[in-house]
Design a protein around this ligand. Sequence first.
Ligand SMILES: NC(=O)c1ccc[n+]([C@@H]2O[C@H](COP(=O)([O-])OP(=O)(O)OC[C@H]3O[C@@H](n4cnc5c(N)ncnc54)[C@H](O)[C@@H]3O)[C@@H](O)[C@H]2O)c1
Length: 418
Amino acid sequence: MDRNQKVSICIVGAGSRGRSYSNYSTDFPDEVHVVGVAEPRDFYRNDLVEKYAIPPENVFNSWQELAAHDGRVADAVIIATPDQKHTAAALALIDKGYHVLLEKPMAPTREECERIVAAARAKKILFGVCHVMRYTQYTQKLKQLLDDGLIGEIVSIQHLEPVGFSHQAHSYVRGQWSNEKESSCMLLAKSCHDMDWLRYIVGSKIAKVSSFGHLRHFTAANKPQGASERCVDCPVEPDCPYSAIKIYLDLVKKGHTGWPVDIITPDTTVAGVQAAIKTGPYGRCVYACNNDVVDHQVVGMEFENGASGAFTMTAFCEGSGRKTRIFGTKGELYGDGKIIDHYDFLGKKHALIDASKVGGSIVSGHGGGDYGLMKKFIEAVATNDQSAILSGPVESLETHTSVFAAEEARKTGRVVAL
Ligand SMILES: NC(=O)c1ccc[n+]([C@@H]2O[C@H](COP(=O)([O-])OP(=O)(O)OC[C@H]3O[C@@H](n4cnc5c(N)ncnc54)[C@H](O)[C@@H]3O)[C@@H](O)[C@H]2O)c1
């Protein structure tokens, strides 16, 4: 298409992520416009219809309806349906010839990921996976410093994902990623970003993995004596840091109506949140949920270039940005998502680099990664150039494969070679 033409997109799954990406068109209306939506929930579908004045002929109740529609309604689709609903939607919409930006994880199994990648390549559409961490200013600065040889050769890397106690309770105990069968394992649901990011930063394929971790705390055996099934009538609620009253109601009472409050109900008033935690899934006791995903996991890895890596994800912390230490032959880097601390062996000195300020201010979620990704995907579609997308189908399949291998390693207690 003509580089000066606006790219048109259809949002498939207008929940939290679909809406976040659609906001890009509000902030950058010259680059992209939302012309269609496919979403079963009336409130969320109508919200986008109203916001972007989507014509009735481009409004669908599901991706199935969109796929059954004659022809295409947009240049590209953003598929942000729940994890288990990626494969069929992606295959059908790739087959229609849409360019596709697919939320991570691509799919819950390796075989499904392979089918999606094969279809995207066969159809020669532009394809990206929402590995937003690659697209932040911080990551780009870090990558540039490493590629410029600032710390010599990378020998090892240590990476921490401090999920946080309340985020874990919200998403991975009470929420939609709490049960492996209903969504996917924790490493795929949450940390496929990190495995992908580590491969990108080290600049080499992951060759071997080992992994340990399990569901340590959020189980019936740890339910305090006398605790109720729901926080609203629980006698031990005041002593529970995971209480839904503390995580949602206290927040909305302070005027906070964004994440995670807006996830549990579209009615983000105090009364709406009270009703949601009284009857909905997010008001359940964290020791009485249908959860089975791990609450802590480590992955050890060796890269093809010989570098070693150690990754830790844990629920049991305050919850903040990822922290990374990179050890090189000439120096060391420590980064927290904003500031990079460089220690140079020759000069024996530290230097601080504020990566959050490089090239302008952060304007979107995930440290600017949401908009960074959208910018590159839109550029790829506008110029018909897959290379604008930092993780194409083949590399996305490779990093998803490293996740499946690590999960196999955790479950079998073996080192798994890729
Ligand atoms: N990139 C990231 O950092 C990141 C962060 C969070 C979630 N995610 C991923 O994004 C995806 C969506 O997550 P979310 O938090 O927005 O969930 P969500 O539940 O808020 O949104 C999913 C939407 O898909 C809709 N949907 C269900 N069936 C559909 C169908 N047949 N056709 C069209 N739409 C349908 C649902 O009604 C819902 O509105 C998941 O795969 C999740 O793992 C990615």
